[in-house]
Design a protein around this ligand. Structure first.
Ligand SMILES: [Zn+2]
Length: 181
């Protein structure tokens, strides 16, 4: 399963990159432009959201900004990511407040990023921590990623809470990531 998955990811990246050498591939996450991966975990009083995205889905390119317009695009994207409470509206039953936001992108020189796994491509990873009155009560999150980032078309989500583990797939323009009863 995982070998097949890696092979198909490599095939996708080859198609996108069109560069020899892309077979050497050890991504943890799929790198498919337009797709983002979200992991939601409830851990005691905390709700933690991990985002892994091709940088392309967030700023429209996958390298350091080259001019003022691109620098503005990057600044604006990072500001949107830091405003976690605007990006993720968590079920009010959980009474969550946005806490730490950790952003990592080697191409942008942000955070403690891993080196890019594939030449010509770049990722942005983020961890959003929310402090909650009753984190386990959350049954949904309204995700504003499609509104914030025009390049995002699909979100593959995994949710792990005391109610169980769930996999969800959101396609633009659906915003609500819901689970449990
Ligand atoms: Zn890419």
């Amino acid at each position: 399963m995982s070998l097949f998955r890696n092979l198909s990811i490599a095939a996708l990246c080859l198609g996108l990159a069109g560069v020899a050498g892309a077979q050497k591939h050890n991504h943890q996450h799929a790198h498919v432009h337009g797709q983002m991966e979200l992991t939601v975990a409830v851990d005691g009083p905390r709700l933690v959201i991990e985002l892994a995205s091709p940088l392309d889905s967030i700023v429209g390119f996958e390298r350091a900004p080259k001019n003022d317009a691109e620098k503005k695009t990057v600044e604006s994207a990072l500001a949107k990511l830091r405003a976690a409470d605007q990006l993720f509206a968590i079920d009010p039953a959980a009474r969550c407040k946005a806490g730490d936001v950790d952003l990592r992108s080697a191409a942008l020189g942000v955070g403690k990023a891993e080196p890019e796994a594939q030449a010509g491509h770049a990722d942005l990873d983020a961890t959003f921590t929310f402090e909650c009155g009753d984190a386990a009560a959350a049954r949904y999150i309204d995700v504003a990623l499609f509104t914030a980032f025009k390049g995002a078309r699909q979100i593959d989500a995994q949710i792990a809470t005391s109610q169980g583990q769930f996999k969800r797939n959101l396609k633009r323009p659906t915003a609500r990531l819901a689970w449990g009863k």
